[in-house]
Design a protein around this ligand. Structure first.
Ligand SMILES: [Mg+2]
Length: 382
């Protein structure tokens, strides 16, 4: 018999906006919108008070202004958010040695095997929420389930300040009535196509003949049907063990214009840089991924001479890659990833001649094999 896994997903509620409300008591209870304030910036996060007006992340700032002119608009203070995130990460690590951060404000924790220590693993949910509240003054939503898919879905069910447990025996019944759009990784357009076929709920999708799904969902059909049945065998993988580290965002509304895209990419670079530094890693290859509104997928990579982990260095490379790809269509998804990871600090140690020569030979061999721009395969395994 397969041992039951216990996976927890913790997601901070409206993280950037909540930190602003924490630091500025006069913002509390009011709509707060954090993001790029320049002409074509996008919303990074907004408080729940702002969401009532229809404002959401990745929305162009101009639209947010129109929907909610009375909101408090704040330019993000990334350094401060990283400081709080560091504290939250410490708490995660007290609960499990197996922590997979998804971004600055959410992570999976593998709690399997904690039964002996904790007694009731499910009791760790309220405990971690309490620790976060006491030590940061912020609220988090927690999902606890037998796999990553169900845990992430659970944490999203009762936001903000939610705590949802999905036990294996109740998984199918819990998710069956939910709309198919609740399945992460299923885009708006796939949802529309499924609805056209009369498949509206996860339960209907789970019962569907996989052969019918293939033309709609392509190669992901089987995986998505597994999800609909509440199945997901992906392990929790800490950043330190990764071969590449990245972050991508599918936007609720396609982004128009290079400046808007660069704003969103700067957001992603800060998140990826942050994860690299937390994991004590630097990377030698930077990859930009762009999916247009018409589902055209563009990927381009660059190798760098010195391994990097700083947000600005990363953004510099992304800017060059964006110039090379120079798309003109609206953008549905953007991704930034870094691969060929090495322990950080190796770049600050002065390379002696022999090591430098060896490294350059290795780099040349890679460049010869793949060309100057490596088209990285296997993106987005997660
Ligand atoms: Mg969050």
């Amino acid at each position: 018999m397969v041992r039951q896994r216990y996976i927890m997903h913790v997601d901070m509620d409206a993280f950037f906006a909540s930190v602003e409300q924490l630091d500025h008591p006069e913002y509390r209870g009011k709509p707060v919108i954090v993001g790029g304030l320049s002409g074509r910036g996008v919303v990074s996060t907004c408080s729940y008070e702002a969401r009532k007006f229809g404002v959401h992340s990745a929305m162009p700032m101009a639209t947010a202004h129109r929907l909610c002119p009375q909101a408090i608009y704040v330019q993000g203070r990334y350094g401060r958010y990283q400081e709080v995130s560091r504290e939250i990460r410490k708490i995660f690590q007290e609960f499990s040695p197996l922590v997979e951060p998804l971004s600055i404000d959410e992570a999976f924790l593998d709690l399997t095997g904690m039964e002996a220590l904790a007694g009731d693993v499910y009791a760790l949910g309220p405990k971690i929420k309490q620790a976060i509240r006491e030590r940061t003054g912020l609220t988090a939503s927690v999902g606890l389930a037998p796999n990553k898919f169900l845990a992430k879905l659970a944490s999203d069910l009762r936001k903000p300040d939610g705590m949802v447990i999905i036990r294996p025996e109740e998984a199918a019944a819990t998710i069956a009535p939910l709309p198919v759009g609740r399945i992460f990784g299923l885009g708006q357009r796939s949802v529309a196509a499924l609805e056209k076929m009369g498949i509206r709920t996860i339960g209907q999708l789970a019962a569907c003949d996989p052969r019918l799904l293939r033309p709609l969902l392509g190669k992901n059909a089987e995986e998505i049907r597994n999800r609909a049945q509440g199945l997901d065998s992906r392990p929790v993988v800490p950043d330190e063990q990764r071969k590449s580290l990245g972050k991508e965002n599918t936007f609720p509304v396609d982004l128009v214009g290079m400046e808007t895209c660069l704003g969103a990419l700067w957001d992603l670079c800060q998140q990826v840089g942050w994860r690299l530094r937390c994991a004590g890693l630097s990377g030698c290859t930077v990859t930009l991924k762009v999916k247009t509104g018409t589902f055209q997928l563009l990927t381009r990579s660059r190798m760098v001479e010195e391994p990097l982990s700083q947000d600005e260095e990363l953004m510099e490379q992304i800017r060059l890659l964006a110039r090379q790809l120079s798309w003109s269509q609206p953008v549905r998804l953007l991704g930034v990833s870094v691969s060929h990871l090495v322990p950080a600090g190796s770049q600050s140690l002065a390379l002696d001649d022999e090591r430098r020569q060896k490294r350059n030979q290795a780099l040349d061999a890679l460049k010869q094999r793949f060309g100057e721009d490596i088209i990285r395969k296997g993106w987005g395994k997660r």
